[in-house]
Each structure stands twice: as structure tokens, then as C-alpha cells.
Design a protein. Structure first.
Ligand code: PGA
Length: 267
């Protein structure tokens, strides 16, 4: 695993956007096949999306040959609901870039048959040739996508019940009213994320420090689903200093030292 420790959320966003753009260009230089990008919602990726939009507007990157798969969607929210992840993605990213609407894949939270919708999502990912890079956030409880604690580390896309902790954390988007937060979501599984050729997880702020510590220093466990990243051949966590504050000094120094050239080349 690589752990990139930057000073600020802005630097995390810059590193992550640079990395995604580099990967899109590398694939485009090799093949006409689209780049398949897995994407998250949440507060953390907002700055990365803003940076990718800025770079698109500057002419540094095109998303015309990019296919996206989002991680999850609330069950029971129509696509046009202001808190749906459909709306989030179009408002904060897709409307500002040259992505083709037919290349955007987001689970349908209103599907009459959620099981069939989830199976179809896995089929669509496979048909697209698998995901080249899955970008993700991390929950305070260490979840990736909506794979709450004790999710199977080999889980696939399915409907998942949200924990009370997650509902309370997400109530901030629903007028602070936990009763308005959907109680289930459709989400890619830990196994779905781990099948991507590369996984990049971003974490900023002290509230994520415990999850980062479990992901990096503790054992692989379904209690902290982020820890599955340790089994991935190309897993990267990009965090800011506050999110790294619960790591051992020796761990912190190790990654700062080994990534030094890399960090300098990105400034
Ligand atoms: P956040 O959510 O970026 O809003 O903190 C991350 C997550 O729950 O995966």
C-alpha cells in the first residue's frame, strides 16, 4: 500500500486529480478503449472534483472517453432528489466536464427490483472491461462505499442497511434530521472495489484519523472495511496531516520518507 500524506485538503485534491489525469492519459496513449473510473460522493471528493473541473477547463484533460461507475446510491431517493447521489454527481462534477451522459453509471435507488439492479451493475462493470481506477472516500467507521463494519470483504453490489452512526453523520445533508436519511442504500461491495486495477482512497481531517490508522496499521478485518485495501496490489490512501495524526511516528516517517520524491514532484 502507498500512503501519501499531504499538508492540506487542497494538496490532497491536487495530488489525486493529477494522478487520475495521469492514468487517463496513460491509457489513452495505449489504446482507444475508454478509461473506466469508479467515483464516490461525500464532502471529501468535492475539492478533487473542483480540481478536475479546473484542469478540464484549462485544457489539460478530456473526459470524452471516460466511463464512470459511482459507488452507491440511497435507496428510495429519485434521481432528481436534491440529496440523491445522481444530483450530487451532476451538480458537482459531470455538468462541468465533457463526459457523455451515456457513459455515466449510477445505481438506481428507485429500482423496483434492487437485487436485479445490483446484479446488472456488476454485469455493466464487467462489460466495460472492469474498473481501471476506483476513487473512494472513507467513513469515520472505516467504511468504503456503504460497506459498513462487518460487511463481507468479498461482498458484491447489493442493498445494505446503514448503521445508526452513518445515518447521524449524514443527517447534516438532510436538515440535520436523522429521520429523513434513507435507512438503506445500494452499494458496490468491498470485493467490487478491490477488483479495480487501482484503488485510491482520500481522507481529510481529524475525524478520519482513526479509520486511517486501522486501514494502515491494524490487521485486515471486516470491522474496518477500509483495511481490505491492504490486500490490493495497487492501493493508495491520500490523506492530509490531521487524518494521519493517529499513526505511529515511525509509520508517519516511513511513508513521508519513501514518498518524498513523489511529493516534491507534485508541488
Ligand atoms: P465524507 O464521506 O467524504 O462526506 O466524509 C466519506 C464516506 O462516508 O465514505
Amino acid at each position: 500500500m502507498r500512503l501519501i500524506i499531504e499538508n492540506t485538503p487542497k494538496e490532497v485534491a491536487r495530488w489525486t486529480a493529477d494522478h487520475i489525469i495521469k492514468r487517463i492519459k496513460e491509457k489513452a496513449a495505449r489504446t482507444d478503449e475508454p478509461f473506466v473510473l469508479g467515483l464516490p460522493t461525500g464532502s471529501t471528493p468535492l475539492e478533487t472534483y473542483a480540481e478536475l473541473i479546473r484542469r478540464y477547463k484549462a485544457g489539460d484533460v478530456s473526459f470524452a472517453n471516460v466511463v464512470t461507475f459511482n459507488m452507491d446510491e440511497y435507496r428510495g431517493l429519485p434521481a432528481d432528489h436534491e440529496q440523491s447521489y445522481h444530483r450530487f454527481m451532476w451538480d458537482n462534477f459531470f455538468s462541468h466536464i465533457d463526459i457523455k451522459p451515456e457513459n455515466v453509471n449510477i445505481l438506481d435507488g428507485m429500482a423496483a427490483d434492487p437485487k436485479a439492479e445490483c446484479a446488472d451493475y456488476e454485469r455493466r462493470i464487467a462489460e466495460a472491461g472492469g474498473i481501471d481506477l476506483f476513487l473512494g472516500g472513507i467513513g469515520e467507521d472505516g467504511h468504503i462505499a456503504f460497506n459498513e463494519p462487518f460487511s463481507s470483504l468479498s461482498s458484491r453490489t447489493r442493498e445494505k442497511t446503514l448503521t445508526q452512526d452513518t445515518i447521524l453523520v449524514n443527517a447534516r445533508f438532510f436538515d440535520g434530521d436523522a429521520s429523513k436519511v434513507p435507512t438503506t442504500a445500494l452499494t458496490v461491495g468491498v470485493g467490487t472495489v478491490m477488483d479495480a486495477r487501482e484503488v485510491v482512497i482520500i481522507a481529510t481531517g481529524p475525524k478520519k484519523a482513526r479509520a486511517v490508522r486501522h486501514g494502515v496499521e491494524e490487521g485486515v478485518s471486516h470491522v474496518w472495511t477500509i483495511s481490505a485495501l491492504q490486500t490490493h496490489p495497487a492501493g493508495i490512501i491520500v490523506c492530509d496531516d490531521p487524518a494521519a495524526e493517529q499513526l505511529r511516528v515511525s509509520t508517519y516517517r516511513y511513508f513521508k520518507d519513501i514518498e518524498r520524491d513523489n511529493l516534491m514532484s507534485n508541488r
